[in-house]
Design a protein around this ligand. Structure first.
Ligand code: ADP
Ligand code: ZN
Length: 598
C-alpha cells in the first residue's frame, strides 16, 4: 500500500514538473530584442515607424529590415498619445492566455497536494499492526481495530502445535464467558497477559482465538501506533483505548509489538521520541493499575523482545502472567500444516510427517505460507491436488525466498557463483557430523545469488563444538573455492564471512569453547536492553581476538585442505551447477560416484 503512495507521489512530482516546463516553453520562443524606451521614442520621432503592436504595456515593433524589437513603456497614457500624434498605427492585443486547465490546475495544486499528504499520513497511521483476518474497522481516536464477536471466525482449534500456551490461556476464556462467577468466587484473574516468542509463532492468532471462543469483542493495536510523531498523542490513544474497552466489556484488548512502547525506560537510542514513549508507557501503567476485577477487560500483549521490556510492565497487577509461545516441534509442525491444509485438495502421496521433519525451525506463519504457496503452485500447474513434489518446491520458496529468474547474470558471474556454492556443498558433504546437504542452487533468490541448503537429520536443540566448527568450515568453503579456482576474491562471500565471525565470537566469548580462555563468558554490551558489557582486562580482550582468529584459521585450513584434495569433484559439481542450476542431494551423490569411478 505504502509503495503505491510513494509511486503516486513520484508521478505527481513528475507531472507537475512537466506542466511547469510546458508552460515555460510556450512563452519562451521570443525573437524580439529588448530596446529601452528612450531609444524607442527616438525611432518614433525620426518617423521610421509606421505601425506597432501593444500587449499590455509592451510594444512590439519591426524595422524595415525585418528585425523584431520590444520595448516596455511607462504606465501612463503619454506613450500611447505620443505614438498617435506621430501617426503610428497602434494595434492592441490581448496577452496570451495560459490554457484554462493549466490555470485551474496551478491554482488547485497546493490544496490537492495538502489533501494528498494528509491522506497519506492517515493511511500510514491506520495501516499498520493488524495481523489481518476478520473484517475489522478503525475504531475511535485510539486507532485500534475492533473485531466484533459476530465477525470473528477464529477458534482455538485453528491454533495448533502450541498446546501448552493454549492450556495456559484456557481459563481466560472461561472468565470472559462468565466473569461474574469468577468474581463471586473471589478468584483473581490476571488483567494482563504477555505472550512472547519468535515472530509468526501465532501470538496474534492465539489472542484472536481467545476472543473468538469467548465470543467477546477484540480490540487490537500495535505498539508502534502509539508512538507517533507528536508528543502526547500516544498517551491519549492509550486512554481512549481503555475507555472504549471498558464500554465494551467483557472484551480483549490486544497490543502487538508492546516493546515499541514498553522498552526499558532508561535505554534506547537516545534522543527524540523517548519522551513520547515514556509518557505513553506511563499512561499504559496507570490504566492497568486502574483496572478493577469487575472491569472484565483482559489486556493481552505480544512481543518477541521480552528481554528488553521495562520491568515495571511485568509487575503484579500488570502483565504478571507471561506465556511463552515457542516455535513448534515436529509434531506441532505437522498439526499446523494439517490445519492450514484443511481447505485444500491433498493428493494421496502427501505425507505431512515428512514435510514436518524437513522444516525444523519453521514458524507457524512460515508453515501457513508453505501450504499457501503449494496451493498456488497447484493451480498454476493445473494439477488436481497438492503433491509431495509441489510441497517440496513450496518449502524451498518459503525457505529461500522467491526465485528471481529475471535477474541478468553474466556467464562469468554464473561460473563464480557456481564454484562458490560447489565449495560450500563439497565441504559440507565431506565433513563428518555436518548437516547433510539438501540442495544447492545458483538460481538467485532474494538478495542471494546462490544458496546451499543443509537440513539436519533430526531436531537440534543444542550444538556441539564439532558441529559449530564444521559450520565455520562450510561457510568458508565458498570463498575458498573461489580462491582456488579463480585466484580471486569476490564480495559474494560477505554474508558468509559475517556469519563466520559471529559464530566464532560466540564460541569463544559465550560458549566457553576455546582452550586458552576456558569456560568463561564475556558478554558484550547490549545497547537495547541497557545491559552493560562485562569489564574485561586488555589482556583478555587481546586473547579473545587471538582465539577467534585461531579458530577461524583452523576452520579455513580444514576446508581448504578438503577442497584442494577433491579439486576434480569441485570442478564436476561446478559444471553440473552451471548446466542444471539446482542439484539435489541425490544429484550430488551421483556426481561423486561418477567422478570417483573415473
Ligand atoms: P505472531 O503474532 O506470533 O507474530 P501470527 O499470529 O500473526 O504470529 O501468525 C501469523 C499467521 O501464521 C497466522 O495468521 C496463522 O495463519 C499462522 N500461524 C502462526 N502460528 C500458528 C499456529 N500455531 N497454528 C496455526 N497457524 C499459525
Ligand atoms: Zn556463500
Amino acid at each position: 500500500m505504502q509503495k503505491f503512495y510513494k509511486n503516486l507521489s513520484i508521478w505527481l512530482i513528475i507531472a507537475l514538473a512537466s506542466l511547469l516546463l510546458f508552460n515555460y516553453c510556450q512563452k519562451s520562443p521570443d525573437r524580439h530584442h529588448a530596446v529601452p524606451y528612450t531609444e524607442f521614442l527616438k525611432k518614433v520621432d525620426s518617423g521610421h515607424l509606421s505601425k506597432v503592436t501593444m500587449i499590455n504595456n509592451t510594444v512590439l515593433w519591426e524595422t524595415s529590415d525585418g528585425s523584431l524589437f520590444k520595448t516596455v513603456v511607462p504606465q501612463t497614457n503619454d506613450a500611447l498619445e505620443h505614438l498617435l500624434l506621430k501617426n503610428v498605427a497602434v494595434r492592441a492585443e490581448e496577452p496570451p492566455q495560459t490554457p484554462w486547465f493549466l490555470q485551474t490546475l496551478l491554482s488547485w495544486l497546493p490544496i490537492f497536494l495538502l489533501a494528498f499528504l494528509w491522506f497519506f499520513y492517515f493511511q500510514k497511521g491506520s495501516g499498520q499492526g493488524n495481523g489481518g483476518g476478520g473484517r475489522a474497522m478503525a475504531f475511535g481516536k485510539s486507532r485500534a481495530r475492533l473485531i466484533n464477536p459476530e465477525e470473528s471466525k477464529i477458534k482455538l482449534n485453528d491454533v495448533a502445535g502450541i498446546d501448552e500456551a493454549k492450556e495456559e490461556v484456557a481459563e481466560l476464556i472461561d472468565f470472559l464467558k462468565k466473569p461474574e462467577r469468577f468474581v463471586e468466587a473471589g478468584a483473581r484473574i490476571p488483567t494482563g497477559v504477555l505472550l512472547y516468542g519468535e515472530p509468526g509463532t501465532g501470538k496474534t492468532l492465539l489472542a484472536k482465538a481467545i476472543a473468538g471462543e469467548a465470543g467477546v469483542p477484540f480490540f487490537s493495536i500495535s505498539g508502534s501506533n502509539f508512538v507517533e510523531m507528536y508528543v502526547g498523542i500516544g498517551a491519549s490513544r492509550v486512554r481512549d483505548l481503555f475507555k472504549e474497552g471498558k464500554k465494551k466489556a467483557p472484551c480483549i484488548i490486544f497490543i502487538d509489538e508492546i516493546d515499541a512502547v514498553g522498552r526499558h525506560r532508561s535505554s534506547g537510542s537516545g534522543s527524540g521520541g523517548n519522551d513520547e514513549r515514556e509518557q505513553t508507557l506511563n499512561q499504559l501503567l496507570v490504566e492497568m493499575d486502574g483496572f478493577e476485577a469487575n472491569d472484565h477487560v483482559i489486556v493481552i500483549a505480544a512481543t518477541n523482545r521480552q528481554d528488553i521490556l521495562d520491568p515495571a510492565l511485568l509487575r503484579p497487577g500488570r502483565f504478571d502472567r507471561q506465556v511463552m509461545v515457542p516455535l513448534p516441534d515436529v509434531g506441532g509442525r505437522e498439526k499446523i500444516l494439517k490445519v492450514h491444509a484443511r481447505n485444500t485438495k491433498v493428493g494421496p502421496d502427501v505425507n505431512w510427517q515428512v514435510i514436518a521433519k524437513g522444516t525444523p525451525g519453521f514458524s507457524g506463519a512460515q508453515l501457513a505460507s508453505l501450504v499457501n504457496e503449494a496451493a498456488l503452485l497447484t493451480t498454476r500447474k493445473n494439477s488436481p491436488t497438492i503433491s509431495m513434489e509441489i510441497l517440496e518446491a513450496a518449502k524451498d520458496k518459503v525457505l529461500m525466498g522467491a526465485e528471481r529468474r529475471s535477474l541478468i547474470i553474466t556467464d562469468r558471474e554464473k561460473r563464480i557463483t557456481a564454484c562458490h556454492e560447489a565449495g560450500h556443498a563439497l565441504v559440507a558433504w565431506m565433513l563428518p557430523g555436518a548437516d547433510p546437504v539438501h540442495k544447492v542452487t545458483i538460481i538467485p533468490r532474494g538478495r542471494a545469488l546462490g544458496l546451499t541448503m543443509q537440513l539436519p537429520e533430526e531436531e537440534r536443540n543444542s550444538h556441539d563444538r564439532t558441529f559449530l566448527f564444521n559450520n565455520l568450515s562450510t561457510l568458508l568453503g565458498g570463498r575458498i573455492a573461489e580462491e582456488i579456482v579463480f585466484n580471486q576474491m569476490t564480495t559474494g562471500a560477505g554474508n558468509d564471512i559475517e556469519r563466520v565471525s559471529d559464530i566464532a565470537r560466540h564460541m569463544v566469548c559465550e560458549w566457553g569453547m576455546s582452550e586458552a580462555i576456558g569456560p568463561l563468558t564475556f558478554r558484550a554490551s547490549n545497547p537495547l536492553s541497557n545491559q552493560p558489557g562485562q569489564i574485561i582486562s586488555e589482556q583478555t580482550a587481546v586473547l579473545i581476538d587471538v582465539e577467534v582468529k585461531k579458530l577461524v584459521q583452523s576452520a579455513y585450513d580444514r576446508a581448504r585442505g578438503l577442497l584442494e584434495e577433491h579439486r576434480t569433484l569441485l570442478d564436476a559439481i561446478t559444471d553440473a551447477l552451471i548446466e542444471r542450476e539446482t542439484l539435489s542431494r541425490a544429484d550430488i551423490q551421483g556426481i561423486i560416484e561418477i567422478t570417483e569411478r573415473k
